[in-house]
Design a protein around this ligand. Structure first.
Ligand code: 4AD
Ligand code: MG
Length: 438
């Protein structure tokens, strides 16, 4: 019969249905005549039932131990699984002392407990599932952009720019003071201060001068001193830049399409229909009006011109029906130098858009980019950045095109679709202020 079994568990077949494979023991049930094991190899949530003679010495076959098994794959008499492995031989490759192992058989451990063991948490069902989903979502995102004809650009991790201008930079120099000064007395390894990237956007904008659509998907770093459930010091961001684009609608279409197609891919096998397809669009000014006419007391100010905080974003999503919500046209002063001026005095907003999602708040941020040389020049000069960004002005001088783009926090995407409360539970090795384990 055609059956779904662990992929790697079955390493080779000697004769038809005679197999040998490896995995980790998930349960042990000694009964009168038989010993029942469940063995998992990490390829899926499903474990393979293994039946052995109860005469087998099973002292070392404990929860978490690594085993090699050979035997025959047969149709299972139980309705719980289609096939089972009748073991001729089981060898314990790696023992696992159940007293010391932090996870206990049959016990459902909370994510907070599991998080204390960054080196062992992939042995739990909850976390191994997450890792498979992360991997699948990564493939889906790559597939989406490939199908749409985008070019993937490996934007650098080391850079001299602070794209967001928020000063949340990790500076990078060789370890050891003495190395920081070379024979010519240079202070910095790269002559100038270098940082871990906070966004690949400016490099994508370079490429948007030669390609209609480009994207990058890689680690991003922010020295944010926040102990929140949605900020990491190192996270993965998907960023796209689209040329010959003059409207936020074009950007919103790609943001929505990426979200939808990645999620559809993830839910391919799931029967549940999620209401991800409903969406709403409001302007920042409308959002402020909604917040100000609410009876809820917010901890942070909701005056026009204030940045939306997590509490505001979550309220707005709930208020608009608990569906993904686009908020457009933020105050110009809140946005970095690159955002396109809407020139709508006296309000003065920028053509920027955030996508807020249930349970998380901001998941994507994007904008049209300022493509008018004179306006960009003035803004950079006002910020004292005109010297450092001479190259960026050049992009507007030579064959410039109207363009825009956005960034999607990959961990926040996963938080949203999986309903995970804490961002530390959707990344293999979380880094945040005061914590860099392993
Ligand atoms: O809104 P942000 O700061 O936008 C940019 O970096 C633009 N340069 C992107 C672009 O237009 N190419 O960040 C984009 C997204 C946020 O919406 C959020 O989902 C995620 O990145 N993000 C974080 N995720 C986890 N931890 C942090 N500290 C994050 N900071 C931002
Ligand atoms: Mg943002």
């Amino acid at each position: 019969p055609e059956v779904r079994i662990c992929i790697f568990l079955i390493r080779f077949e000697r004769k038809p249905f005679e197999v040998c494979g490896n995995g980790w023991v998930r349960s042990v049930r000694p009964q009168k005549e038989n010993l029942f094991l469940h063995v998992n190899d990490g390829s899926s949530l499903q474990s393979l039932q293994v039946v052995a003679s109860s005469e087998l010495n099973h002292r070392l076959l404990t929860f978490g131990s690594a085993v090699e098994i050979s035997g025959s794959l047969v149709t299972s008499p139980s309705r719980k699984q289609e096939v089972e492995l009748q073991a001729d031989q089981i060898d314990v490759v790696g023992e696992c002392n159940p007293v010391d192992f932090p996870f206990k058989i049959k016990k459902k451990h909370g994510l907070e407990y599991i998080r204390q063991f960054p080196h062992l948490r992939c042995r739990t069902n909850a976390f191994s599932s997450l890792l498979r989903i992360r991997s699948e979502a990564t493939a889906a995102i790559q597939q989406y952009f490939k199908e749409k004809g985008f070019i993937q650009v490996h934007t650098p991790v080391l850079t001299s720019n602070d794209c967001e201008g928020a000063g949340e930079l990790f500076q990078v120099e060789p370890a050891g003071q003495e190395k920081n000064q070379d024979e010519e007395g240079h202070q910095h390894f790269f002559s100038v201060p270098a940082y871990l990237t906070v966004s690949g956007q400016l490099h994508l904008e370079v490429m948007a001068g030669a390609f209609p659509g480009v994207y990058t998907f890689g680690p991003t770093f922010r020295a944010e001193n926040s102990q929140s459930r949605r900020h990491l010091a190192e996270f993965y961001m998907v960023e796209a830049e689209i040329s010959f684009t003059q409207s936020l609608e074009d950007l919103m279409k790609v943001m929505e399409d990426l979200f939808r197609s990645t999620t559809e891919h993830l839910l391919d096998q799931c029967p549940e229909d999620v209401a991800l397809y409903h969406k709403h669009v409001i302007t920042y000014t409308e959002a402020i009006n909604i917040l100000n006419s609410s009876s809820k007391k917010f901890a942070f100010k909701t005056d026009w011109g204030c940045d939306l905080q997590t509490e505001h974003e979550k309220y707005l999503v709930k208020h608009c029906g608990d569906f993904p919500l686009f908020v457009t046209d933020y105050p110009y002063a809140l946005k970095p130098f690159y955002a396109r001026d809407n020139q709508d005095q006296p309000l003065h907003t920028a053509a920027a858009v955030d996508l807020l999602v249930p349970g998380v708040g901001e998941m994507c941020g994007g904008s049209l980019r300022e493509d008018r040389l004179d306006l960009l020049k003035t803004r950079l000069a006002q910020a004292g950045l005109d010297e450092a960004y001479g190259w960026y002005l050049d992009l507007r001088r030579f064959g410039s095109v109207p363009h825009g783009g956005f960034g999607m926090g990959f961990e926040r995407y996963l938080q949203c679709v999986l309903g995970v409360d804490n961002i530390k539970d959707v990344i293999p090795f979380p880094r945040y202020s005061r914590s860099c384990l392993l």
